[in-house]
Design a protein around this ligand. Structure first.
Ligand code: NAD
Length: 527
């Protein structure tokens, strides 16, 4: 059974309510005339803050303000915009204490998992500050008639980018998608999940402190519908992170208006421990893959596929490690796992466990709520004997529950990994990197980590990241992660003579000359 190392009942900071004056300072400037909403901290279940909310009309005002700010922002030299990202990088690392507290208080996660978000913001700032300008730089292309036609690809900002972010990574997902949008010359209207609002507001304050103009990032506060939907209905481009079900609604709304959308959605991710895996590395790596942020991470693993040759040995060590996980709802570093975000998530996670057990699955470890640690804490849970009759076989649990499947070979592992509507992340553990790469090529997932659970792909942000199949549309990170916020514009300049209007060449003679020119271009191996 996991150790309890801090009991919120006896913790003097256990109510965690945020001072109303601090809430007022954080929400100053937010257009919000709606009914106030109260958020609660998962640490204790007690009220955390009373926050204003934005009506659909307020969102319209925020979009107008953002649009006006964007017109002033777009001409600011790219080098200056990039420098601001480096200032955000430094501020986020410097002020991480406050951010970590807010992330923990709003999401319930352990501090080390909250730190992943701070690190993520810093990595994204550094990458786009250094590489963003090159991604955005105009590119010359061969014209239709070499020399005579000069063609250049430009990337113009979309205008106002609407970002709807979820609660599970309240810092990272509120900010990291906004940063490349801003660098590309856009304004942003951000609607953070109510359960991540304070974190998002604190992060936006840091952007302003770094030097981003005041009105450039507008925050809209309130529930997904109507506030998030109002952002989707007004933005020039939509970046949505959340479940596949809501992603379909958002995509339909964006499609109706013919604006682009990137959708980062759910997953049912597999970790595969091959027969040649280094178990000393695999055990702690798989532990993190399954239980980081209490499994409320889109890329965390809910299917643990183990080659039968090493299954007994691996599982023996793995179950020992799982039982050693220290649970806590305290704002300190000495815990391995925190809480679920709230009652709905608790009900969903326990519902999946109960359903599996009722239909014949075995709980190898965990499986229980731990109200003695926090109202929404669930033990890290490993199930065996899960079948397709059980909800947790195919549905995303989004909690600290993983099901074990033994397989005889790689083919069976790949078949199981691909037997899902989702295609977000996978993790393969093998000493043979070539085998890992070959397996990756067969797995239908937007990221595949070899000898890592998720952080290798997530943190390597030169490569794009996102979901295949029902896990999403579009990518964040890398070139794609910034160019999606731009309209490509082809500016082509025709020199000397007009196309199809060459003096002395008309009709068939023109066609014959052009045919010869096309053959010559092919022979010259031009693209
Ligand atoms: P959700 O779809 O219920 O909500 C996501 C966000 O959308 C919330 O903030 C919600 O308020 C908002 N929303 C709801 N209806 C809306 C509407 N009509 N228009 C606009 N916004 C609306 O998901 P959730 O349960 O809050 O978050 C967990 C899900 O997010 C999981 O499925 C997880 O896998 C996914 N997720 C994916 C990624 C990724 O990068 N692929 C990252 C994190 C989370």
């Amino acid at each position: 059974m996991p150790d309890v190392i801090a009991d919120p009942e006896t913790d003097p900071r256990a109510t965690y309510a945020v001072d109303p004056a601090r809430v007022r300072a954080l929400t100053a400037g937010v257009v919000a005339s709606g009914e106030p909403m109260t958020t609660h901290t998962p640490m204790t279940g007690a009220p955390l803050a009373v926050l204003p909310t934005s009506t659909a009309t307020d969102v319209g005002v925020a979009v107008d303000r953002a649009r006006a700010a964007q017109r002033r922002w777009a001409p600011v030299p790219l080098e200056r915009r990039a420098r601001l990202l480096l200032d955000v990088h430094d501020l986020v690392l410097e002020r991480q204490g406050e951010l970590l507290d807010l992330v923990q208080l709003e999401s319930g996660k352990a501090r080390s998992h909250a730190f992943e978000e701070v690190a993520d913001v810093a990595i994204v700032c550094r990458y786009y500050a250094r590489r963003g300008p090159a991604h955005l730089a105009p590119q010359r292309h061969l014209g239709v008639f070499p020399v005579l036609t000069r063609s250049t690809e430009h990337h113009r900002p979309k205008g106002v980018v609407g970002i709807v972010s979820p609660w599970n990574y309240p810092l990272s997902l509120a900010v990291t998608d906004a940063l490349p949008a801003l660098l590309a010359g856009n304004a942003v209207v951000l609607r953070p999940d109510p359960q991540g609002t304070l974190t998002a507001l604190a992060a936006v304050r840091l952007l302003v402190e770094a030097g981003f103009p005041d009105d450039l990032v507008q925050v809209a506060l309130g529930p997904g519908d109507p506030t998030g939907a109002a952002v989707v209905d007004r933005a020039d481009y939509v970046c949505f992170t959340g479940s596949t079900a809501t992603g379909r609604t958002v995509a339909a709304a964006a499609g109706k208006r013919l604006v682009g959308a990137s959708l980062e959605l759910g997953g049912k991710n597999t970790v595969y421990v091959a027969d040649d895996a280094d178990l000393r590395r695999a055990v702690p790596g798989v532990l993190r893959a399954c239980f980081a942020s209490a499994g409320q991470l889109c890329v965390s693993a809910e299917r643990l596929v183990v080659h039968e040759a090493v299954a007994d040995e691996f599982l023996g060590r793995f179950l020992d490690a799982v039982s050693g996980i220290r649970l806590s709802t305290g704002l300190h570093w000495d815990a391995d796992m925190g809480s679920l975000v709230g009652p709905a998530q608790l009900e969903r996670v326990l519902g999946h466990v109960d359903d599996a057990v009722a239909k014949g699955a075995t709980v190898l470890t965990g499986g229980r709520a731990r109200p003695d640690v926090g109202p929404y804490v669930v033990e890290p849970t490993v199930l065996d004997g899960v079948t397709s009759a059980m909800a947790c076989r195919d549905e995303e649990t989004f909690g600290p529950v993983v099901a074990v499947y033994r397989v005889p070979d790689d083919d069976a592992a790949v078949a199981l990994a691909n037997d899902t509507e989702y295609g977000l992340n996978a993790s393969v553990w093998t000493r043979d990197v070539a085998r890992g790469r070959a397996l990756a090529a067969r797995i239908e997932a937007g990221t595949v980590n070899v000898n890592e659970g998720y952080a290798a792909a997530w943190g390597s942000i030169g490569s794009p990241m996102g979901g295949m199949k029902a896990s999403g549309v579009g990518r964040r990170h890398g070139r794609e992660g910034i160019l999606k916020y731009t309209e490509a514009q082809n500016v082509s300049v025709q020199g000397l003579v007009n196309i199809a209007d060459v003096p002395g060449l008309a009709g068939e003679a023109y066609a014959r000359t052009l045919t010869g020119a096309l053959r010559a271009m092919r022979a010259a191996r031009l693209p």
